[in-house]
Design a protein around this ligand. Structure first.
Ligand code: HEM
Length: 223
C-alpha cells in the first residue's frame, strides 16, 4: 500500500494513473456511445436500454467507482499540468504546431470543459433540471421515455448549441487522452509516430462524430 502511495507521488506514477483513469473513462464513453446509438433503432430499444441501466443493482457501485476515477483523473491532471507548465512545449513527441501550442497548453481547459459538459448533461438528461412534466412521461411499455427527453432537448436551439460546443471540446480532450495513453504505454516509435497520431485522431474524431450525429439526426427529423 505504502509503495502504491509512493508510486503516485512520482511523476511516472502520476502519468500511469492518468493513463489508467483515462482508459477507463474512454471505455465508459465508447460504451455510452454504443448505448446511445440505439436511438437510431427506435424509441423502445433506447428506452429499454435506459430502463435496464436505471434498475441495475450495479448502478450505484458503478457510479461511485466512476466518480472516484474522474476525481483521480482530475487531481493527477492538475498535478501533471503544474509539473509540465514549463516543459510542455519541449517535451512533446508529437511534432505538429497544433499539438505543441493548442493541445498541450489547453489540456487542462478542455478537461474542465468535459467536467462542465458532464454537469450540464446530467442536469439536463438525468435530473431534468428546469424540465416540464413531459420529462417524466412513460412510453407505451410503462418505461421512462428517455427517447422523448433526448429529442425534446435537441429541439431546443440553446441546448443543442451548448451540446455541440461542449462535445467538440470533449473531442479535443479525448484526442489528447488517446495520445497520452499511447505515449505512457510506450507505443511510440519514430516509424509509427504518424500512424499512431492518425489513429488518435480517428478514435477521438469517430467518437465525437458519433455523439454529434444524435443532435444532427434530431434537427433533420431522422429520429
Ligand atoms: C449527444 C450526446 C449524448 C447523449 C444523447 C447522451 C444521452 C444520455 C442519456 C439519455 C442519459 C441518461 C440515462 C438515464 O438516466 O437513463 C445520459 C447520462 C449520462 N451521460 Fe450521456 N449522452 C451523450 C453524451 C455523453 C458524453 C460525451 C459523456 C461523457 C463525457 C456522457 C456522460 C454521461 C454521464 C456521466 C451520465 C450519467 C450516468 C448516470 O446517471 O449515472 N454523455 N446520457
Amino acid at each position: 500500500m505504502y509503495r502504491l502511495i509512493h508510486l503516485f507521488r512520482t511523476s511516472i506514477g502520476r502519468k500511469l494513473m492518468m493513463a489508467l483513469t483515462g482508459l477507463i473513462l474512454l471505455l465508459f464513453i465508447v460504451g455510452h456511445l454504443a448505448g446511445n446509438m440505439t436511438i437510431f433503432v427506435g424509441a423502445p430499444i433506447l428506452n429499454s436500454y435506459a430502463h435496464w441501466l436505471q434498475h441495475s443493482v450495479m448502478l450505484w457501485p458503478f457510479r461511485i467507482v466512476m466518480l472516484l476515477v474522474v476525481g483521480l483523473h482530475i487531481v493527477m491532471g492538475i498535478e501533471l499540468a503544474r509539473e509540465n507548465r514549463h516543459s510542455a512545449s519541449n517535451g512533446s513527441r508529437f511534432p505538429s504546431w497544433f499539438t505543441r501550442h493548442i493541445l498541450n497548453h489547453h489540456m487542462l481547459w478542455s478537461g474542465l470543459a468535459v467536467l462542465l459538459f458532464i454537469l450540464f448533461h446530467v442536469a439536463h438528461l438525468t435530473l431534468g433540471v428546469g424540465a416540464d412534466a413531459s420529462f417524466y412521461q412513460l412510453d407505451s411499455n410503462q418505461m421512462m421515455d428517455v427517447y422523448l427527453r433526448v429529442v425534446e432537448g435537441f429541439l431546443n436551439p440553446w441546448i443543442s448549441l451548448s451540446y455541440v460546443v461542449l462535445l467538440l471540446l470533449v473531442g479535443l480532450h479525448l484526442l489528447q487522452v488517446v495520445r497520452g495513453l499511447f505515449q505512457t504505454l510506450g507505443f511510440y516509435h519514430e516509424n509509427y509516430q504518424q500512424l499512431l497520431d492518425r489513429l488518435a485522431w480517428g478514435v477521438s474524431g469517430g467518437i465525437t462524430a458519433g455523439f454529434l450525429s444524435i443532435p444532427v439526426a434530431v434537427w433533420v427529423g431522422a429520429v
